[in-house]
Design a protein around this ligand. Structure first.
Ligand SMILES: Cc1cc2nc3c(=O)[nH]c(=O)nc-3n(C[C@H](O)[C@H](O)[C@H](O)COP(=O)(O)OP(=O)(O)OC[C@H]3O[C@@H](n4cnc5c(N)ncnc54)[C@H](O)[C@@H]3O)c2cc1C
Length: 439
């Protein structure tokens, strides 16, 4: 040991990366632990799932991100437990890691709310393998319908997306566009009539994009409907099988694809922290983001239940995670240079919200009450996502893909990976992923 503070950051997501980068000039040694060796830009996963982008466009190797930051090391492993007395983390592979300061930013995973069949038959969209699996499945449905057109009568080309938040709206819009503009041309002259494909968006409350202004909600709904999506609000899913979705009230939709974008909860590691939890299993934290009873540990990002000062919790969005990361990096730095215990509370600055619906259609709500919709919102959305994407190569690749898609309606990434009908796994998928995504 060299006397420098040992900081362990769990998770190379938005929160973890912001923390490690914020510690660049601090007299500390940082170890990032993640079960994946890459950072995933979750806001663009839906474009991988709908063949707009390649998986490598939205992910970046963690070791590559920190090549030039001398005080950062990386360990690829799943964190399974914390020994608070010993000050160590137990990992799924290799030796335990000791820490003086611990920052946990391990994110969220799918919440099926115990609805029968969702875990077995639903397609979540949380990690990169989810997006590839969904892409394989969507494209596979069209190939199956070409092989046997009768499956269309059984719902083979009906795609039900559950959840009217930004992810559900984005998936439904992109799917409708993929079907109408790309697959319709791909399958011209084949045995399958692509125009019989159908996208249904199901949302439990009465409006789409619940946190947005009613005018943005209206814009999202009318745009989706104009693009052929059937929007069913005020209804929820009661049960799912491999070929049917049953709604509360008894309606049944024949369907072979259910995209589950309806709920999230903290990853299983939250329970292992042995701390009080709030809604969705998110870990309750002190105002300075420390773990109650463990001043040496912080929890940030989607995993943390952070009071928004108005009786609610801050949303699970990238800005909350990044700003939380900057905050704890600042506290740790100040303590490391001898300022003593620093307990400054975290203050979140809301920079607004955006959701895209498809080509030249989005909604954006910015601080100061400024609201945009249509093409201006879409261009802002494109620019902001390019800006926050990790790595110059990825930005160039995404920009070129988007420009190409825009000019030609072509989506080059419509590949079915895997060898057979039942094989939808991504090569390299490991047990940690399974545990995290299916929990
Ligand atoms: C499909 C989708 C679309 C989204 N779109 C937007 C958007 O448009 N705008 C927006 O602001 N936000 C969006 N979000 C939310 C945003 O991505 C999250 O708020 C943000 O990623 C949270 O950052 P985080 O650091 O808390 O967790 P994450 O970024 O999820 O990172 C968590 C990391 O922890 C790792 N991990 C988990 N468990 C373990 C373990 N036990 N051991 C080791 N490593 C572990 C994971 O592999 C992962 O790398 C979207 C999310 C999804 C899923």
């Amino acid at each position: 040991m060299n006397g420098r503070t040992r900081v362990v950051v769990v998770g190379a997501g938005f929160g973890g990366l912001a923390t490690a980068k914020g510690l660049e000039d601090a007299p500390v040694d940082v170890t990032i632990v993640d079960r994946h060796n890459f950072h995933t830009f979750q806001p663009l996963l839906y474009q991988v799932a709908t063949s707009g982008l390649n998986p490598a466009d939205v992910a970046y190797p963690v070791r590559g991100i920190f090549q030039r930051q001398a005080n950062v090391r990386f360990r690829r492993a799943g964190v399974t437990a914390v020994d608070w007395d010993a000050g160590t983390l137990a990992l799924s592979q290799g030796e335990d890691i000791p820490f003086d300061r611990l920052v946990v930013s391990a994110g969220a995973t799918v919440n099926d709310f115990g609805i029968p069949g969702v875990a077995e038959h639903g397609f979540p969209l949380y990690v990169l393998p989810d997006a590839v699996r969904l892409r394989n499945h969507i494209l596979g449905r069209f190939e199956a319908a070409d092989a046997d057109p009768s499956v269309v009568d059984d719902g083979g080309l009906t795609f039900v997306v559950v959840g009217g938040g930004p992810t559900g709206v984005e998936v439904a819009g992109a799917l409708a566009e993929l079907i109408e503009k790309v697959l319709d041309r791909d399958f011209r002259g084949s045995r399958v009539d692509v125009r019989r494909a159908h996208v249904v968006l199901v949302e439990m409350v009465d409006s789409l994009l619940p946190p947005f202004h009613p005018s943005s909600q209206h814009h999202a709904r009318t745009t989706l409907m104009r693009r052929g999506v059937e929007v069913r609000t005020g209804t929820s899913v009661a049960e799912v099988t491999g070929t049917r979705v049953r709604l509360e009230g008894g309606d049944e939709i024949p369907c072979h694809t259910l995209v589950w974008a309806a709920g999230v909860k903290a990853v299983p590691l939250a329970a292992a922290l042995d701390a009080p939890t709030g809604p969705g299993g998110r870990v309750s934290v002190e105002p300075d983001l420390r773990l109650p009873g463990h001043p040496e540990a912080f929890v940030i990002g989607d995993m943390a239940a952070i009071d928004d000062g108005e009786g609610g919790l801050l949303p699970g969005v990238a800005q909350v995670a990044m700003q939380g990361g900057h905050h704890v990096a600042d506290l740790i730095t100040r303590e490391a240079v001898g300022e003593g215990d620093v307990h400054e509370p975290f203050r979140y600055r809301d920079k607004g919200s955006m959701a895209t619906i498809g080509r030249r259609a989005a909604v954006a709500e910015l601080p100061g009450g400024l609201r945009l919709s249509g093409t201006p919102a879409w261009i802002s959305w494109l620019g902001l996502h390019l800006l926050y994407l990790m790595g110059f190569r990825n930005r160039v690749s995404v920009f070129v893909n988007w420009a190409w898609n825009y000019l030609t309606w072509d989506r080059g990434a419509r590949l079915i990976l895997g060898s057979g009908e039942g094989d939808t796994s991504l090569p390299g998928e490991d047990e940690d992923d399974e545990a995290q995504t299916s929990a």
